[in-house]
Ligand binder design. Structure first.
Ligand code: NDP
Length: 496
């Protein structure tokens, strides 16, 4: 089979990896379909990309922010025109169904338009000085060369959350896409180039996390790292980056709970649970992974949830009738299998699915049956650890307070959802759930780009994407202008 070969983008030139090695990008729904060959880069390529970004920073930082933003505005318009093609490329490289990959590209479009507006804001502050005839203000400065490391599950949206705010702030970037999903980053960066981004301002280095990723984190000229991925790798990245005192933004795993109270609109809660659990084949950081059911509705909800999940159509996401695509690779299938075994050994009851789908066309890809366990208790590993697949745990509780306690009893804190008609409980949950995001009467998935996105506990280290990203990609400078024409000493000349 013939397939295209892609190169790294370094200093405006498309170049193969110095080693000449490549990695194949294969469709997880059909292993005969090879999307392309991508560079397998290492430290040598990263060094070249960082040098190009450092050179470009000297001029990019001086481009007025509204002009930088105009490029992003054009990116949004170009992405609108290219949406269908890019969505199809994305479905081929990572499997999620077309409706969702269109949504992923749309998120990049939304982010482009949102961040384009920031070019005319990037507000600082003015404040009175304690001395006469002296002016004080704080202004935002770019950080410099930033390293961006992204996962495979939102292969265009997440890179856009990082690239666009970094660029509008005046930084230059080196991005390392996930090995499984380079083409969506290539499509995004090609759009930036077509919109007029100067050479060297964004550089792509494809390759493994341990090779290219590590080299980027450790590079002394990289001034900050923005990482999205697993908590395990995030912890490693933060520790490596600490050696050169780099600020690190970490967006990591989740084990998100949907709570359903007895008074909830049950059909609405079922719609939300189905979409939250099996959307992106359960491979979202915000995926619903635990469903907490109040005893009064637990039996009915469970019966209906299983009935609806068992008729979900699993298959190749390029077919518009398919509702659940494949898992991204064999490693994710192994993880799902491992957690099914763990759940069974812990005494959970398997109600649906429980293993890979391998018959007929399924044999060509990495498919896993929608899987539901009941009888899960909060102490079980299946209730506490991220699976990142279509494997759902149902837990039961008596009181609202117990539900909050169970929801909070894990290490993660990304997204939560509560279904109820009781406004008092809704507001109590908003206050008490330990999570970066809480939905009322909506599923755990569905973030919008202009709100802060991120989590607490092991999910994040305090930074936010969306509304909040500019804070990470800029650094504050305090500025004092003394127009008194004499030496004025703070804390001394104005003292009583
Ligand atoms: P990983 O942590 O495995 O990988 C994330 C990125 O880090 C990839 O580009 C990977 O490269 C790279 N990487 C791996 N090892 C290193 C290393 N030693 N140094 C530097 N970079 C490295 O996550 P996945 O891609 O599997 O994504 C799934 C995870 O991401 C889940 O835990 C999910 O919850 C989380 N996630 C969190 C989100 C959030 O906003 N909170 C959003 C989306 C996902 P390579 O691909 O080559 O391994």
């Amino acid at each position: 089979m013939t397939y295209p070969t892609y190169h790294n983008l370094i200093g405006g030139e498309w170049l193969p990896a110095a080693s000449g090695k490549t990695i194949l990008n294969v469709n997880p729904a059909d292993h005969d379909d090879i999307v392309g060959a991508f560079p397998s880069s290492d430290a040598e390529d990263v060094n070249a990309a960082v040098a190009a970004a450092k050179k470009a920073f000297a001029t990019w930082r001086l481009v007025p922010a509204p002009k930088r933003a105009e490029i992003l505005l054009r990116v949004g318009i170009l992405l609108q025109q290219r949406k269908e093609q890019y969505a199809r490329d994305m479905t081929r490289e990572m499997g999620k169904v077309l409706a969702e990959t269109r949504g992923d590209v749309q998120e990049a479009i939304d982010e482009a338009f949102y961040v384009a507006g920031e070019g005319r804001r990037l507000f600082g502050q003015t404040t009175p000085s304690e001395l006469q005839n002296k002016f004080a203000m704080s202004i935002r400065m770019p950080v410099g060369v930033v390293g961006l490391i992204t996962p495979w599950n939102f292969p265009m949206a997440i890179p856009s959350w990082k690239l666009f705010p970094a660029l509008v702030s005046g930084n230059t970037c080196v991005i390392k896409p996930a090995t499984d999903t380079p083409i969506s980053v290539y499509n995004l960066v090609q759009t930036l180039v077509d919109a007029g981004l100067p050479p060297g301002v964004v550089n792509i280095v494809s390759g493994s996390g341990s090779g290219a990723g590590n080299a980027l984190v450790e590079h002394p000229d990289v001034r900050a790292i923005s990482f999205t991925g697993s908590s395990e790798v995030g912890s490693h990245v933060a520790q490596r980056a600490a050696a050169t005192f780099k600020p690190v933004s970490l967006e990591m795993g989740g084990k998100n709970a949907q709570i359903v109270l007895d008074d909830a609109n049950l059909e609405l809660a079922l719609d939300g649970a189905l979409w939250g659990s099996f959307g992106t084949t359960g491979q979202r950081c915000t995926a619903t992974s635990r469903i907490l059911l109040q005893k009064g509705i637990a039996a009915k909800f469970t019966e209906r949830f299983v009935q609806r999940a068992e008729v979900l159509k699993v298959g190749n996401g390029l077919d518009e009738s398919i509702e659940v695509g494949p898992q991204v690779n064999a490693g994710q299938i192994e993880t799902s299998n491992k957690y099914v075994e763990i759940a069974l050994a812990e005494g959970a009851k398997l109600l649906l699915g429980g293993g890979p789908l391998t018959d007929g066309d399924y044999a060509k890809g990495t498919f896993f049956a929608p899987t539901i366990f009941s009888g899960v208790t909060p102490a079980m590993r299946i209730a506490r650890e991220e699976v990142f697949g279509p494997v759902i745990s149902l837990l039961e509780f008596d009181t609202f307070e117990q539900a909050i306690e169970i929801a909070n009893s894990i290490d993660y804190g990304l997204s939560t959802a509560l279904y109820t008609k009781d406004v008092n409980r809704a507001f109590a949950a908003i206050r008490d759930l330990e999570a970066g995001i809480t939905y009322i009467n909506a599923p755990t998935i569905g973030a919008e780009v202009h709100l802060p996105f991120g989590g607490v506990k092991h999910t994040g280290n305090g930074h936010r994407e969306g509304n909040g990203a500019i804070d990470f990609f800029t650094t504050w400078k305090a500025v004092y202008v003394d127009y008194s024409d004499k030496l004025q000493r703070a804390q001394i000349d104005n003292a009583e």
